[in-house]
Design a binder for this molecule. Structure first.
Ligand code: PPS
Length: 323
């Protein structure tokens, strides 16, 4: 089976594209299978991802964007690397933990000089650590037969969508207002949406022995408990002292100050590649790091629309994750 894509046709898609200064020249498609929005050029890479050779000792991290991926990557990398805090402060997380479809998410001009992230994921020394935002139907088929460990992290869609807006403003200088972007998000015309595809499918898989379901909200509420749960899942043990070291290293303040986790260098080079100046100092990847804050940013009308949309999408699914 190969991956195909229908050109995305929606009045809001044009508005969104203009917000990105029409940088995604080839436009967007709705993938089949998967049914998510991706840049048209994703179709060039999709088959390689589906056919990606999976190893039993890989650790995969899957999320919808802006759900606590980087936070979890740092935790998993440390657990898998004997808590090597020194290297964790020296080498950027993007090099220690590979984002498989990254090259497919970039506008064409940026993609031209970008590394082949699928090959980088293949070539990593084992145990390989691989991140993806793709839903099950677009992930490597061997994940479902080889069954390596997979960690899924969910975050409230309101917070993830708002974080996604500020990320797009930071990286692409998107010219839409927050509410305009959120309207596109609800309409499912933003890259990787619909939000529910990945979240509900992994919710249904959450009791598989090789799958761990974590949430951003749990990490905020009791990071220590999530560290212990994740360590046990990965077959690692941590002493009380190590737990405290991890909590300190993984705090929002520490990760924001750490060049290897705050993504400032990566984002700067992305902006430069599309001709944007360095971001204003108040715009950073490590932005607020809070729960429920999005509701304060969006208009009351958008708040109500999100609430209705959440209820419509979880009705009858048994979903009990963060909303
Ligand atoms: S990405 O680009 O999809 O991988 O982004 P992702 O890492 O999933 O999400 C970025 C948001 O996670 C917040 N973050 C944290 N919050 C609390 N504590 C720690 N240590 C932490 N690290 C990252 C980051 O600030 C983004 O959320 P917002 O709401 O924008 O602040």
């Amino acid at each position: 089976m190969s991956v195909t894509g229908e050109p995305l046709k929606h009045p809001l898609a044009e508005r969104l594209s203009a917000g990105f200064d029409h940088r995604y020249r080839e436009g967007f498609v709705v993938t089949q299978p998967g049914g998510i929005v991706m840049p048209a050029e994703f179709l060039l890479d999709a088959q390689r991802i589906l056919d990606f050779p999976v190893k039993e000792d890989d650790v995969w991290l899957v999320t919808f964007p802006k759900s606590g991926t980087t936070w979890t990557q740092e935790l998993v990398w440390l657990l898998m690397n004997d808590l090597d805090f020194k290297t964790a402060k020296e080498i950027c997380i993007t090099e220690r933990f590979r984002y498989i479809e990254r090259m497919s998410t970039l506008p064409k001009a940026t993609r031209r000089g970008a590394p082949d992230t699928i090959q980088l994921a293949v070539d990593q020394p084992s145990p390989r650590l691989i991140k993806s935002h793709l839903p099950p139907a677009l992930l490597p088929r061997q994940l479902w037969t080889v069954k390596p460990k997979i960690i899924y992290v969910a975050r409230s869609p309101t917070d993830a969508a708002t974080s996604y807006y500020y990320f797009n403003r930071l990286v692409h200088g998107i010219s839409l207002s927050l509410d305009e972007f959120l309207e596109c998000f609800l309409a499912g015309v933003v890259q990787f949406t619909p939000y529910w595809t990945s979240v509900l499918e992994f919710w249904n898989l959450r009791n598989e022995p090789n799958i761990l379901w974590n949430t951003y909200e749990e990490m905020k509420q009791d990071l220590g408990a999530v560290i212990r749960k994740t360590a046990a899942f990965l077959g690692k043990s941590v002493t009380d002292e190590q737990l405290h070291q991890l909590e300190d290293h993984l705090s929002f303040t520490s990760m924001k100050a750490n060049r290897a986790t705050n993504c400032s260098d990566v984002l700067l080079s992305l902006r430069t590649s599309i001709g944007l100046p360095p971001p204003p100092s108040d715009q950073t990847f490590m932005r607020e790091g809070k729960v429920g804050q999005a509701k304060l940013h969006m208009s009351p009308e958008m708040n109500c629309r999100f609430d209705r949309w959440i209820q419509e999408n979880i009705r009858g699914t048994g979903y009990d994750g963060p909303v």
